[in-house]
Design a protein around this ligand. Sequence first.
Ligand SMILES: Nc1nc2c(ncn2[C@@H]2O[C@H](COP(=O)(O)OP(=O)(O)O)[C@@H](O)[C@H]2O)c(=O)[nH]1
Ligand SMILES: [Mg+2]
Length: 381
Amino acid sequence: MLCINKPPSEEKKVSQIIDNGLKSEKKRLERIQQILLLGTGESGKTTIIKQMKILHINGFSEQEKMEKVPNIKQNIHESIFTLIDNMDKISPPVDLEVEDNKKLAQYIRNIGPNPPTEYTNEYYDSIQSLWADPGVRKTYMRANEFQLIDSAAHFLDRINDIRDADYIPTVQDMLFCRVMTVSISKIEFKIPYKGQKVEFWMYDVGGQRGERKKWISVFEGIGAILFLIAASDFDQTLREDGKTNRLREGFQVFADIFWSRFVRKAGKIVFLNKQDILKKKIENGKKIEKHFPEFANFEKTKNDYDRAKLFMKNKILEIATTQPGTETVEFIPGVDIKQEIKSELLYIHFTIATDTNNVKLVFNDVKDIIIAINLETSGLV
Ligand SMILES: Nc1nc2c(ncn2[C@@H]2O[C@H](COP(=O)(O)OP(=O)(O)O)[C@@H](O)[C@H]2O)c(=O)[nH]1
Ligand SMILES: [Mg+2]
């Protein structure tokens, strides 16, 4: 009897295609998903890295917490010194309201911008007295007129715990502790997805003007860019020059990245961050139209906070849909070849990077998007 290999039935073919598809998807999921965090200084990049450590690794060890104590104390000193130093420099100036505080303010001024070598009771008592002074509180409300770190109130409010010799930072303290990033660092973690463990590498960089030239060195192989803009920056100026509006700079840097040919294939996700501070500023009567006149007539029907959110989201969409025409690429010296730039999909989220639950929810969405983008760009879907 002759045995002939029968051609596979349609059904078998389909199941084979699905099998192959699943195998390839499985393979694709074995690929490392590389995410790059970008954004101007103090937009919240490092805080997102800390949240990944909390959510996907093992959080902070006792030792890691203890190592941050000097930085937290440094944050306290920088905060009180900046407040005291600026109260008579802003226009109109603000006075201390408690007479006895004047000599304490001088004592802090004499220490200078760097923390003291020894933290005495006199030092902590002085800070507590000064922070309670209504004049200092008024100066704090006008912090957009000078450069104050965002964690100032959090740590000045907690000075009673922090001055304790047995003080161990809480997770919240770890999230609020501000240390400027000057190098490029990477965090690795795995997330369960469709029965597999998908590996993520997330890169953190410095955001200040001088640091941005280093960004290009990490563009290679990046699947997604997570771009942070501090939405609360609308009434602040850049620490780098004390002049440029911080939010405008955030939008500008985003535009440069969005349309950069070096990261054309990477998925782009924007976090409009510091929503808690934005909301508080608006509730305190801070006006966006003072800095962005076009806000005055924007979507008058909504409440001011919702208007602000929509206004900023629209700004980003505007950037993403306003193609800067063609890009000139110099392939041969002296000969310009115009190259068409195509925009990719864009995802926008409103975030509070210091709120672990908020980041957990948002990142759950973001991770799906990143994996989907990665599957797409690898030509599978
Ligand atoms: N209240 C509040 N503070 C934030 C938020 N995101 C970041 N911060 C604080 O802002 C400061 C700068 O954040 P950081 O992550 O260091 O910014 P980076 O320069 O982009 O890395 C830190 O003190 C953070 O705790 C937020 O959404 N809300
Ligand atoms: Mg940083």
